[in-house]
Design a protein around this ligand. Structure first.
Ligand code: NAP
Length: 284
């Protein structure tokens, strides 16, 4: 295996935002107060969208981000709701539609890990991860689709009646010992996304997924916060740097825009090559 360049390779200076491709549209970003979700919320706002920031615990982070995004000249507001609760999800969508008028984009991003060796894994750990990561996306997607179908295409805003982006993971294809609940939830998202995309494409609803690799967020601090851990992580990343939340935000903004209008039912891997079997880089 080649020697990784480790932390000497960074993402570099901030990129200019994409053009305002989402002006006048409203997006809900679940788990939008932290990590990847916060970067997606920012990128969508920079692209001109109004943003509803969903969260469940972190009130301050959600409200602060809403204030920051409002400063960009769009509408932004925080909505507390547990995405694994049918009632709370329905109430959140009703509030967002009352406040913003409609919903054009859902980024179903909320997710967590509850790791354990398989025989130690409790039913509660299994159900929590499946309930939030997978059922949460189902519940949010269902409410979004009802609104997309009610409203239909508004050509001045978008060629599509609505866009759903499911936040998956490289673990929709890479098995992950010690994280069976998490990998199962992401494998489920993969097939849910493709089946939904197939069912809804005739209604001009685009459903896609983003599968991040290792992104620097609170979910995986132990994988990047020490040099030793970072170096170990880099053996899995051919591109030689950790992903930053902005790497996902920019892809999400493009994928939600009409520049991606013919992208339907696809998973975009944003992983620095993690899914390229790096162990085979030196002939296996
Ligand atoms: P994070 O910083 O820990 O963010 C997780 C977000 O999910 C938080 O905003 C959290 O809100 C929210 N959340 C958790 N339970 C919720 C619930 N029941 N209802 C509503 N929101 C809930 O982690 P992240 O890395 O940004 O993860 C975001 C997504 O990316 C997840 O789906 C994760 O699986 C996926 N992903 C991450 C990586 C990575 O390397 N970071 C790689 C692949 C995929 P509170 O703060 O209010 O609890």
């Amino acid at each position: 295996m080649t020697t990784p360049v480790a932390s000497s390779h960074t993402a570099g200076p901030a990129l200019p935002p994409l053009p305002a491709l989402l002006t006048g549209q409203t997006a809900i970003v679940t788990g939008g107060n932290s990590g990847i979700g916060a970067a997606v919320a920012l990128a969508l706002a920079q692209a001109g969208a109004n943003v509803a920031i969903n969260y469940v615990v972190g009130d301050d982070a959600a409200n602060n981000l809403a204030a920051q995004l409002t400063g960009l000249g769009i509408l932004a507001k925080a909505y507390k709701a547990d995405v694994s609760s049918e009632d709370q999800v329905a109430a959140m969508f009703a509030s967002v539609i009352a406040d913003f008028g409609t919903v054009d984009i859902l980024v179903a991003n909320a997710g967590l890990q509850r790791d354990a060796a398989f025989t130690q894994m409790t039913l509660a750990q299994w159900n929590t991860v499946l309930g939030i990561n997978l059922t949460g996306q189902f519940l949010c997607a269902r409410e979004a689709v009802k609104e997309f179908l009610r409203r239909g295409v508004v050509p001045e805003r978008s060629r599509a009646a609505g866009k759903i982006i499911c936040m998956s993971s490289v673990h929709q294809v890479i098995p992950w010992a010690g994280h069976v609940n998490y990998a199962t939830s992401k494998g489920g998202i993969h097939m849910m996304m493709e089946s939904l995309a197939q069912e809804l494409a005739p209604q001009r609803i685009r459903v896609n997924a983003i599968a991040p690799g290792a992104i620097r967020t609170p979910i995986n601090t132990e994988a990047w916060s020490t040099q030793e851990a970072y170096d170990r992580l880099m053996t899995l990343v051919p591109y030689g740097r950790i992903g930053e939340p902005e790497d996902i935000g920019q892809v999400a903004a493009w994928l939600a825009s009409d520049h991606a209008d013919y992208v339907v039912g696809t998973t975009i891997f944003v992983d620095g090559g993690m899914t390229l079997y790096p162990g085979f880089a030196t002939n296996g």
